[in-house]
Design a protein around this ligand. Structure first.
Ligand SMILES: Nc1ncnc2c1ncn2[C@@H]1O[C@H](COP(=O)(O)OP(=O)(O)OP(=O)(O)O)[C@@H](O)[C@H]1O
Ligand SMILES: [Mg+2]
Length: 269
């Protein structure tokens, strides 16, 4: 098997961590958004990334499946070097489910069709198999009765659960979530978090950018706090959220707990 870092297009390695990021840098023009990030996500681990707006959380997530080209550094997914120019990036991406704040469902397709289309196009599944998998995944997110609904006929929370089911239909080894509940009305957040919690309980490897501290506290194996393009601290939720070591983490958490203070804060977020 090709060793990571040799420049060869590495095959997924069953023993390798789910994600390994080494000295990752990303600049947009003169703006350095990631200033040397190192971290590892083990298989089956749930890691929540928290931090202020603009700290580089989404950019980090997008570098994992190379939706963003890193300026330098190495990203390995299941041992395959994503940052290798010769890697089969489509193959790597097939193993990674991604759920964004905006659901990006096809408006002209039903919930069921939103799940079957990528399976047929990308995985080459036949209609019967794609439909079987789609129904199973819709059941898993509690939307069996909505398979014939179009996105406009679903609530935001239901649409997000369809988006999660769509990602799950591709049998990913790893799920990336970028603030999956932040566009939702408060009363719809719980159902989406419940689905994510059940995925975590089933052993799915998850990297989750979130502002939901109670979710991070209960579900994360590890919490990573980012600020200014670096990881300021990481550790158990009890440590990072419950008893943070760094002043920057404490200040972020107190602004999060006191939205009024955040609104009048200098950064305006
Ligand atoms: N394509 C781009 N071109 C130029 N600048 C960008 C681009 N994408 C992101 N940035 C900048 O990079 C910085 C980090 O953005 P990023 O989206 O990673 O932050 P974030 O931590 O996810 O913030 P939020 O909590 O608001 O989602 C921001 O200053 C942003 O304006
Ligand atoms: Mg973001």
């Amino acid at each position: 098997m090709a060793k990571p870092g040799t420049g060869a297009a590495a095959e997924p390695d069953a023993g390798a961590p789910a994600i390994e990021v080494r000295d990752l840098h990303k600049s947009f023009g003169t703006l350095e958004v990631l200033a040397g990030v190192d971290f590892t996500v083990a298989r089956g681990e749930v890691v929540c990334v928290i931090g202020p707006s603009g700290s580089g959380k989404s950019t980090l997530l997008r570098c994992v499946n190379r939706l963003e080209e890193p300026t330098s550094g190495t990203v390995l997914v299941a041992g395959a070097e994503v940052t290798d120019p010769d890697v089969d990036i489509d193959k790597v991406r097939r193993g990674i489910g991604m759920v964004f704040q905006s659901f990006n469902l096809f408006p002209h397709l039903t919930a069921l069709q939103n799940l079957t289309l990528p399976q047929r196009r990308v995985l080459g599944r036949d209609k019967a198999e794609a439909t079987r998998v789609a129904r199973e995944r819709l059941a898993r997110v509690g939307l069996t009765d909505k398979e014939s609904s179009y996105p406009a006929q679903l609530s935001g929370g239901q649409q997000q659960r369809v988006a999660i089911a769509r990602a799950l239909a591709m049998d990913p080894q790893l799920m990336l979530f970028d603030e999956p509940t932040s566009a939702l009305d408060p009363e719809l957040v719980g159902d989406v978090l419940a689905v994510m919690r059940s995925l975590a309980d089933e052993g799915m490897t998850m990297l989750v950018v979130t502002h939901e501290m109670s979710f991070a506290k209960e579900v994360a194996d590890r919490v990573v706090f980012m600020d200014g393009g670096v990881i300021v601290e990481e550790g158990s939720p009890a440590h990072v959220i419950g008893a943070p070591s760094h002043a920057r983490t404490r200040s972020f958490l107190s602004r999060l707990l006191d939205p009024a203070a955040a609104r009048i804060g200098p950064s305006g977020d």
